[in-house]
Every structure is written in C-alpha cells, then in structure tokens.
Design a protein around this ligand. Structure first.
Ligand code: FMN
Length: 394
C-alpha cells in the first residue's frame, strides 16, 4: 500500500523538514516569535499542561469531527490561518495550501501580504476562502483591496487588529531579513547553501513572474521585496479604532471576523460592532511577548460572547488533542498557523495536506480515547485546567 504519510508522522516532522529546506533567515522569519519568545513558548507549554478527563465505555465506534462554522459545513474543526510568507516557503505556496485546505474540507485564509494575487488564488484553488487584511493608513486603498476580495468570491473577511505598530524581531535583523531585503554576504551564503529552495522557489519566480512582490498591494506601492516602499513595515496603521470595524461592517456583506482579540471586553465590542466572529490570538507569539496564551483567555471570551458570535482561537496548537481542548472550552473552531506553513515548505501542496491529515487523525484518535463521537459532545467537563501553572483565575 502506498505510504501517504510522506514520512511525516507529526507536525514536528514537518517543522524539521521545513528547517532543513529553507534558508535559515527565512525559516526563522517564519518560525520564530518576538522579543524573548516567552509568549510563543507559553502557547505550547500552557496547552500541554491542560489535561483531558476521559470517559470510558461509551461506544466510540462511529466518530465524526464535522462541524458547522459560520453557516457552512466543514470536515474538520480547523481553519488554515493567514501566514504572509507562504509564497516564499514554496513557489506559489498560497495556491498550494489553499488546494490542500479545499481537499481536506476546511477554510483557507489568504493573507493580504501574500506573493500570489488574491484573484489567482480564488480562480486556481477555490474552496471556502477567507481573506485577511491589515488596515493601511490610506483607508481608501484598504477598501479597494477588500472590494477585490469580494468580487473574487472570498466568503469571509478577517481583520487583524493586534499589530498597530511593528513588533520587535531582532533575529530578522541579525539574519539580514530586513524589508526592503538587502543582499549581504551572510544572507547570500545562507541562500546558496540551500540550493533546492534557491532553484525550486526563488529561481522559479525569477523565470516566471520575477522577484516576489506583495501582489495584493496597490499598484503604486507594489514593488519588489528588495525595494521601498515595501511591506507592512512602511504600512503599519497605528490609528485603527472600532470605527474602522463599524465601517467594514457596512462595506462587507459576508462574514466579518476580527482576529487578534485578547480581552473579553474587546470581544463584546466586536460583537456590538456587528462582527460575526472573533479569533482569540496572540499571533502565534509573534507580536506582544507579554501576551497570555489564548487557550487561557478562551473560556472568558466564550462566557462573554459565546452565545452571540462565533469564537475561534489560535496560537500554539500543535496536536489534535490541543484542538479538542479548545473545543471543549467552548471554541467553535481552531486556526492553524505554522503547521500548514511548515507543511507547504516541506513538500508543497502534499505537505500542507499532510499537516491537516495529521490533525484529523489525532483529533479522531483523541475523541475515541476520551469517549466522544461528535464535536458537540465536547464540554468543559472534559477539561482539567488545574495543572496550568500560574494561570489567572477564570
Ligand atoms: C510566518 C507567519 C506569518 C504570519 N502572517 C500573518 C499575517 O499576515 N496576518 C495575520 O493575521 N496573521 C499572521 N500570522 C499569524 C497567524 O495567522 C496565526 O495567528 C498564528 O500563526 C497562530 O499560531 P501558530 O503558528 O502557533 O499556529 C503569521 C504567522 C506566521 C508564523
């Protein structure tokens, strides 16, 4: 029988393959956190300290992990999170991950900062597509890109609100991964010692569409990643407010999701502004290093708005058991960031699909082991938070 594991048995295998394949500077750009990386480590450590209380003898022969999310049925309780650099992990990596997500029956969120035009992702991948964006200082430019996403058929708009100023990521400076990108001896050697990435990703772009660029940006700012004005660094929008959310609610006729919520009261404000969902997220520990692990914030947000809007959570979900913990704490679904990104870097569409299959198999196994046959049976009764060291009172 054909081995469909590709030799990857858990998400750590995918990460290790990505580490080997990508230049170090690029791998760290995708994989690391910010400042001292406390939030990134805590996301995983806190998750691991949460226990599941199994129930036995409940006949778990027929298990299903299908859910309804925002009015649509999906095969698994996960969503692919937006990760701006997927197109540097693999040639047109956004299309590769979107196709994998479609095949596995889950939504894919395209990042504003992708290397592939949103219209091409919609035309060549299809499926349940969500579009993520950061507001630009020029609101009219932002509203135009949102109109494009609407015309291309994206079903949900994800407004990321956790990065009003640039986060501190010193390793990018040490690795010469600055925007605009400048060639130095250090980063040139790094690329030359990763010939597969050089030929299969970088040279392929050079022979087709040219130096990668942020293809969704307005024409006037859409320069190569080696030139200014470029990238979010020149576009952080520090004056976003709830008025922007209210404005978006008027502009966007489909599902509106606010990503990067970390306080129950902000979730209430999002609901009051007409958002359909929030994503509780600390951006995978990449923005505020003192941020709490979203899995701990989750029950508080569920208590505050769970009856009014959909609650999604991300950051640090590395195992199917982690997804089960969040669902049992009241989340409607979980977003996965690094795992599909590592998957696509390791083996393109097949690698991204493998990442999702790993979660599917693990979720299925854990459901059986704790005595559950359907996602709506998961309740807080299954969760033991007492091992979480130093957690704030819920
Ligand atoms: C390399 C990378 C790029 C990301 N780019 C974006 C982005 O452009 N927009 C966004 O809202 N979140 C972005 N994120 C955050 C993810 O959407 C998600 O919140 C986070 O990765 C979840 O944590 P996890 O990686 O532990 O699963 C990025 C994350 C990574 C790792």
């Amino acid at each position: 029988m054909a081995d469909n594991t590709l030799g990857f048995y858990d998400t750590a295998d995918l990460r290790e393959a990505a580490r080997r394949r990508l230049p170090k500077g690029l791998f760290e750009f995708m994989d690391r956190g910010n400042d001292d990386e406390v939030a990134m480590r805590d996301n995983v450590a806190v998750m691991q300290s949460i226990k599941l209380n199994p129930r036995v003898l409940s006949n778990v022969e027929n298990r299903s992990q299908e859910i309804m999310l925002l009015g649509k049925k999906q095969q698994m309780p996960v969503i692919v999170a937006p990760t701006g650099s997927a197109g540097l992990a693999w040639y047109e990596g956004e299309i590769a991950i979107a196709r994998a997500a479609r095949a596995q029956g889950v939504p894919f969120t395209l990042a504003l900062g992708s290397m592939t035009r949103l219209e091409r992702v919609a035309a060549e991948a299809g499926g349940n597509l969500w579009f993520q964006f950061y507001m630009w200082p020029d609101r009219a430019q932002s509203h135009r890109v949102i109109a494009r996403a609407k015309d291309a058929g994206f079903e949900a708009l994800v407004f990321t609100v956790d990065t009003p100023v640039a986060p501190g990521r010193e390793y990018n400076l040490r690795n010469g991964m600055t925007i605009p990108f400048k060639f130095t001896t250090h980063n040139t050697l790094d690329v030359l010692t990763h010939p597969r990435w050089l030929t299969e990703v970088w040279l392929r772009y050079m022979l087709t569409t040219g130096t990668p660029r942020y293809q969704n940006f307005p024409e006037e700012t859409q320069t190569k990643i080696t030139a200014l004005p470029m990238g979010r660094s020149s576009n952080f929008c520090s004056n976003i407010t709830w008025d922007d959310v209210r404005e978006l609610r008027k502009l966007w006729p489909h599902k509106l999701i606010i990503k990067g919520i970390q306080h129950p009261q902000d979730a209430v404000l999002a609901a009051d502004c007409g958002a359909d969902a929030v994503v509780i997220s600390n951006h995978g520990g990449r923005v505020l290093d003192a941020a709490p692990a979203p899995i701990v914030t989750l029950p508080k947000v569920v208590d505050a708005v769970g009856k009014r809007i959909t609650v999604i959570v991300d950051s640090g979900f590395r195992r199917g058991a982690d997804v089960i913990k969040a669902l049992a704490l009241g989340a409607n679904a979980v977003m996965l960031g690094r795992a599909p990104l590592h998957g696509v870097a390791a083996a393109g569409e097949a690698g991204a699909a493998r990442a999702l299959q790993i979660y599917r198999d693990e979720i299925d196994r854990v459901m059986g082991l704790i005595g559950c046959t359907a996602i709506d049976q998961l309740t807080r009764e299954y969760v033991d938070m007492s091992y979480v060291h130093g957690r704030s009172a819920t």
